[in-house]
Design a protein. Structure first.
Length: 147
């Protein structure tokens, strides 16, 4: 994806933004376009670079003035993106009513009820962590993960 940012003078309201956005959508094949009259710019996401002369001409034809135009490769980020995402794929070994045994990157992972995780699978609470487990409210059904 390419992110093109165009500085535009003359926009004064949301109708001005809509006018620019509609013009860009009609003129070019774009994934997304967003204008801000307060910032004085339009940001366009497209699969291919846009022709700068054609972009400037389309904007100028609306009565607004296209200024500086910059384009850069754009990497789409996830909703909760805090850096590059790493995807993990698991291979389920077995599923029972109260838990799942799986492999993630060659390591065994267990998720399920206390009975499944601690009694059936023999997982142990790390040393010094028992008070945290003892403090969990008994009014709720808890889900445990062991990796």
């Amino acid at each position: 994806m390419i992110r093109t940012t165009v500085k535009i003078s003359g926009m004064a309201c949301s109708m001005c933004e809509a006018h620019i956005n509609d013009t860009i959508r009609r003129t070019f094949s774009v994934e997304k376009v967003s204008s801000s009259h307060t910032k004085g710019e339009t940001v366009i996401l497209s699969r291919e670079p846009l022709d700068e002369a054609a972009l400037r001409a389309a904007i100028d034809a609306t009565g607004y003035t296209a200024g500086e135009i910059s384009a850069a490769v754009y990497e789409k980020k996830g909703f909760f993106h805090f850096g590059k995402k790493k995807q993990y794929h698991s291979q389920v070994q077995y599923v029972v009513a109260h838990g799942i045994s799986s492999m993630v990157e060659g390591k065994k992972v267990i998720i399920g009820s206390a009975h499944f995780v601690f009694e059936d699978e023999g997982c142990r609470i790390p040393e010094g962590e028992q008070p945290k487990f003892d403090a969990l409210p008994a009014a709720y059904s808890h889900l445990y993960l062991s990796a």
